[in-house]
Design a protein around this ligand. Structure first.
Ligand SMILES: Nc1nc2c(ncn2[C@@H]2O[C@H](COP(=O)(O)OP(=O)(O)OP(=O)(O)O)[C@@H](O)[C@H]2O)c(=O)[nH]1
Ligand SMILES: [Mg+2]
Ligand SMILES: [Zn+2]
Length: 305
């Protein structure tokens, strides 16, 4: 198919059969302009589903009504499945230290799921104004042992956001993921001037989020740097190959790659396997075992279906 390579655009939002795209055409005066598009009929939906984060070529541009047609889809670098977002470079796992309470098993599941994407993963802890400094330092130390240098934030200290903003501006496309009510959208509103996306207080009794953000949406920090806000959710069973699971734990990788420990069998699950030499005295080992059990039972149940 002949495409006009001048009209490269980025999909920022998707609803039903429509897509919002931003033109990424550097030499054009229309660069950054936003168009509502439908997909050209000849692109079959079956083999070419288009997601937020995809780069597409657009045509039939109607500047007055801000409409265009998506002609073709560029090859994507990666695709996150839940939520569906293409071409991400960084995942920021966002959790609040309180309201809702920090659930370590959930933090672990989000981190491991993110690691399975093979992109850089960072951990952000919000609402640090709700805990004493001692607790904040305790959490930083905990996650350092998990292999993560957590970024701690506090709405009462806006200057804390500056370092994160500088970091995000160096990344191509970052995604914010985490449970509902932890402050993902608040964070986005704080770092993008003029943005006033809806946020809402957590419920009074159980301090649970209200699922305020309903759509995956991509926002631009600059013309080279984007952030995707996502609806909050809780992570259930991971669909990761159990033989690959241990590679996603930094504590296990550190022992195997940096310290050169080796188990008798190459595909050792580091449970009670014969000849296992892994030092299991790290905090997340119990989560690792739990995760192996839940993946095993997920697959055995689904085989019986
Ligand atoms: N005390 C305190 N509250 C915060 C902080 N950051 C966010 N909040 C509050 O947390 C509530 C939930 O924030 P949202 O930004 O809507 O949370 P979200 O993660 O986007 O939630 P979903 O869209 O439902 O996934 C809001 O009332 C915010 O004002 C913080 O640093 N400290
Ligand atoms: Mg939100
Ligand atoms: Zn082992």
């Amino acid at each position: 198919m002949k495409t006009n390579c001048k009209n490269l655009a980025l999909v920022t939002k998707k609803f039903n059969d429509f897509f919002l795209v931003d033109l990424k055409n550097e030499e054009s005066s229309h660069n950054g302009k936003r168009f509502l598009c439908k997909v050209k009929k000849s692109i079959s939906y079956k083999d070419q589903v288009i997601y937020v984060g995809d780069e597409v070529f657009i045509d039939n541009i109607d500047l007055k009504n801000k409409r265009a047609v998506i002609k073709s889809l560029q090859k994507r670098k990666n695709l996150l499945i839940r939520p569906s977002v293409a071409n991400i470079s960084n995942i920021y796992i966002i959790f609040s230290v309180e309201e809702p309470k920090l659930n370590l098993s959930q933090v672990n599941r989000f981190l491991i799921s993110a690691e399975s994407m093979g992109v850089e993963v960072s951990l952000v802890l919000t609402k640090c104004d709700l805990i004493p400094e001692k607790r904040r330092l305790f959490l930083l130390e905990k996650f350092r042992k998990w292999g993560y240098q957590a970024i701690t934030l506090n709405l009462e200290k806006p200057d804390y956001f500056q370092n994160l903003l500088t970091e995000l501006k160096q990344k191509r496309c970052s995604i914010f993921m985490g449970p509902s009510g932890v402050g993902k959208t608040t964070l986005l509103n704080t770092i993008i001037p003029g943005l006033k996306n809806n946020t809402s207080p957590v419920s009074n009794k159980i301090k649970r989020g209200k699922n305020t953000t309903r759509n995956v949406e991509l926002f631009s920090l600059s013309n080279k740097s984007y952030i995707v806000d996502t609806p909050g959710f809780n992570m259930q069973t991971l669909k990761v190959d159990i033989r690959l699971l241990s590679n996603l734990y930094k504590e296990i990788n550190k022992q195997i790659i940096d310290q050169g420990i080796s188990c008798k069998f190459r595909n050792c699950l580091h449970l009670s396997d014969e000849g296992c030499n892994l030092d299991k005295s790290f905090e997340r080992y119990s989560f690792y075992k739990e995760m192996i059990d839940s993946i095993k039972s997920y697959y055995s149940q689904n085989q019986e279906d």
